[in-house]
Design a protein around this ligand. Structure first.
Ligand code: NAD
Length: 270
């Protein structure tokens, strides 16, 4: 159901790789809620071409940008403001990548160049998105920026390796920049810590099926789907959450607050 929550708002949505991507679902919901926005992804990801389908459906221009490149981000904001006819009300950072995970490196055998790349792509890019936006004065008063995180920022998940540090930094950037941007023009900066979700980035982590099932059985509401994540992110872009900032918001069916569930007890005893 649509509520017109983003009527008249202008946005930038990064990270829609294919129809499983969380960003893809956010774009569909943002369109339904009346927003106009641009889509962006790394030039390499564009080659897959899937994003064109989404752009057509959402009547959205695609502006390629490597989120680690200041120059690309400058073009992204100026191009988006030109295309949409004004400053930006909301931005989704839905970007994550670890070559160490991709290549199956253990935590005691990480490649440090790749580690730095993970930090740059998955965390520092959020700071860059914020800093470039501030310098260009690209965000409308009381705007909202959201990045997607994971509970491995707080708790140990062995196969998440260097992404755990990247997510911890991402959440810290939301707090520090949230303070700064809040003072400047009421802009909100938050992270949403989402349940394990079956996407390209998610399923790339070894043992994914196990921790997907584990989280599902631990959470009283079950895992949150990508569609449900999109619903939640839309509320954060809307005017209904104008005093929510500098938060890491768990969107995980209650997982983060559970010690053990009856389902897991039954399994252990069975
Ligand atoms: N899938 C999960 O289980 C899960 C759980 C919690 C949080 N998240 C987070 O959600 C976000 C989106 O991931 P997803 O699960 O939808 O997977 P996804 O693979 O669909 O999206 C990841 C996106 O990051 C983009 N990307 C990678 N390097 C980039 C760069 N240099 N510049 C710009 N874009 C780049 C990819 O092209 C891709 O579109 C990530 O931050 C991820 O860590 C995912």
């Amino acid at each position: 159901m649509a509520y017109g929550l983003l009527k008249g708002k202008r946005g930038i949505i990064s990270g829609a790789l294919d129809e499983n991507s969380i960003a893809w679902k956010v774009a569909l919901r943002a369109k339904e809620e009346g927003a106009s926005f641009t889509l962006t992804n790394a030039p390499l990801a564009m080659r897959m071409g899937e994003i064109n389908k989404l752009a057509e459906h959402c009547e959205a221009k695609i502006i390629p940008a490597d989120a680690t490149s200041i120059e690309d981000l400058e073009k992204l904001y100026t191009g988006s403001m030109e295309e949409l006819g004004g400053k930006i009300d909301f931005v989704l950072h839905s970007i994550g990548m670890s070559t160490n995970i991709r290549k199956g490196k253990e935590y005691g055998d990480l490649n440090y160049e790749w580690f730095l790349k993970s930090i740059d792509v998955s965390a520092l890019s959020f700071h860059k998105m914020l800093q470039v936006a501030e310098k260009l004065d690209a965000i409308e008063n009381k705007g909202s920026l959201v990045a997607l995180s994971y509970i491995a920022a707080q708790r140990s998940f062995p196969d998440y390796t260097d992404m755990a540090q990247a997510k911890a930094m991402l959440e810290s950037i939301a707090r520090s920049y949230g303070y700064r941007y809040g003072k400047k023009n009421g802009t909100r900066v938050n992270t949403v810590s989402q349940s394990p979700t079956k996407t390209t980035a998610g399923t790339g982590i070894s043992g994914f099926n196990a921790f997907y099932e584990y989280a599902n059985q631990m959470s009283p509401l079950g895992n949150a789907s990508a569609d449900e994540c999109a619903d939640y992110v839309i509320t954060l872009f809307s005017d209904l959450t104008r005093k929510v900032t500098m938060q890491n918001l768990f969107h995980d069916g209650g997982f983060c607050s559970v010690g053990i569930s009856e389902e897991i007890v039954a399994r252990m005893e069975g």
